[in-house]
Write a protein that binds this ligand. Structure first.
Ligand SMILES: CC(C)(COP(=O)(O)OP(=O)(O)OC[C@H]1O[C@@H](n2cnc3c(N)ncnc32)[C@H](O)[C@@H]1OP(=O)(O)O)[C@@H](O)C(=O)NCCC(=O)NCCS
Length: 378
């Protein structure tokens, strides 16, 4: 038997504010699926369609096949959710909810995980046939309320999406405010074939790249640009491995908030960019990267100029170099540093307020992007 509960008050006020009739009563506690769900919520309807009612409830193992079905065409069939859903379900720091139409028929899913003092929301998926009726928004409102109740000590709420994803931007914008400045993804994962051609050449994912089959050598002009950047090469010996999460926090805060106080701004500034994810400086992710000596800080004359974290993304299945850098030369240097450790990687770059683009972007003509969202909770 599945149980169904929801944060009725905020969900109710949200929907009431949007002119929806809410079929929630205020009786707390779990509800058996056999009875009328207390958190049933009708969504917008067209004249020809019956009004769907959804019970928003915790995801259970029996939902997995339906979630895989919902995700099968997402991101051109390359969605990570079908590969990762079982692991999320078994993770105590993860909260997964589904929208159940009745009898366990699922039309949507959304996830949140606790990362240090950050709640990161991700994995929002709505069945194609159920889209554009308000279900995505309903799931996210419900998820954030549940996550705040489950992780009451969290200080921030964060998420990401792409600038091309209009519906996700609307949903996240309403919940988390305006996005932070865009992160660049190089080489681009869409729009240009550079990455896919490289991966085909090495036989990925069946095979891994050899040390000499580097991405930078494969993309025409990329290695030349980096090798001709004497300043970037000169910086290489100055990248030092980080030794503590406090050190990483301080470095990120001083990079993003150079004129402001370092203490006190850590919740909004001390995060690492990753592949459609962000991680707080104080997190298991950061601790693991420090332990593997794959988190570096660049200082020049005592000032922090860049941070690089290099880690395998189970979602993306590639190594990701999360780079925060104050000028194009530092970005070039970070890419050279990354190549010394991994031949095959994708860089996710926060170039701060820098207006000029690094020359390496010219080799692919464009970059993909990731919009991070971050909101203080209290
Ligand atoms: C993103 C997704 C979850 C949205 O689900 P949904 O149920 O269609 O979303 P909603 O109906 O709640 O719509 C939310 C807002 O987006 C708008 N919207 C929905 N589809 C849209 C589209 N194709 N283009 C532009 N806006 C759109 C809605 O009008 C609504 O805006 P409003 O509240 O200002 O009217 C769904 O499209 C999906 O599963 N996409 C594939 C996976 C994905 O991209 N997930 C998000 C990852 S960050």
């Amino acid at each position: 038997m599945r149980s169904c509960s929801c944060p009725r008050q905020s969900l109710g006020s949200y929907l009431a504010g949007r002119g929806h009739k809410v079929l929630c009563n205020n009786r707390p506690g779990p509800l058996q699926m056999a009875s009328i769900p207390t958190s049933s919520v009708p969504l917008a309807q067209t004249a020809a369609q019956p009004r769907p009612q959804y019970c928003i409830r915790d995801c259970v193992a029996a939902d997995v096949d339906q979630i895989k079905d919902i995700c099968k065409d997402v991101y051109g069939g390359g969605d990570y959710m079908p590969r990762r859903i079982e692991e999320y379900l078994g993770d105590e720091q993860c909260l997964l909810i589904v929208a159940d139409k009745g009898e366990g028929e699922v039309d949507g899913v959304a996830c949140a995980s606790l990362r240090g003092s950050m709640i990161f929301i991700f994995g929002l998926r709505v069945r194609t046939t159920a889209r554009e009726k308000g279900l995505g928004r309903l799931l996210m409102v419900n998820l954030t309320e549940r996550a705040k109740a489950r992780f009451p000590h969290a200080r921030t709420l964060a998420s990401t999406t792409a600038s091309s994803n209009q519906s996700a931007q609307k949903i996240l914008g309403a919940l988390l405010g305006a996005p932070l400045p865009q992160l660049d993804i190089w080489p681009p994962t869409s729009k240009t074939p550079h990455l896919s051609k490289y991966e085909a050449s090495i036989g990925w994912p069946a095979k891994k790249a050899d040390k000499d089959q580097t991405l930078l050598a494969f993309i025409p002009g990329a290695s030349d640009i980096l090798q001709q950047d004497g300043g970037a090469l000169n910086l290489l010996p100055s990248w030092q491995t980080a030794h503590s999460m406090d050190e990483v926090q301080h470095a990120l805060t001083s990079l993003r908030n150079p004129t402001g106080p370092v203490n006190g701004a850590e919740n909004t500034h001390a995060w690492l960019p990753f592949f459609y994810e962000i991680w707080p400086a104080h997190s298991e992710f950061t601790a693991a990267a420090i332990g593997q000596q794959r988190l570096w800080i660049l200082r020049r004359e005592g000032c922090v100029q860049g941070v690089v974290v290099l880690s395998l993304s189970p979602e993306c299945r590639r190594y990701i170099a999360g780079i925060v850098a104050s000028d194009p030369q530092v970005i070039h240097s970070a890419l050279l540093l990354t190549e010394r450790h991994e031949p095959h990687f994708i860089a996710v770059i926060d170039r701060l307020q820098m207006t000029s683009e690094p020359e390496i972007y010219k080799t692919t003509q464009t970059v993909s992007d990731c919009l991070p969202y971050l909101k203080m909770l209290h």
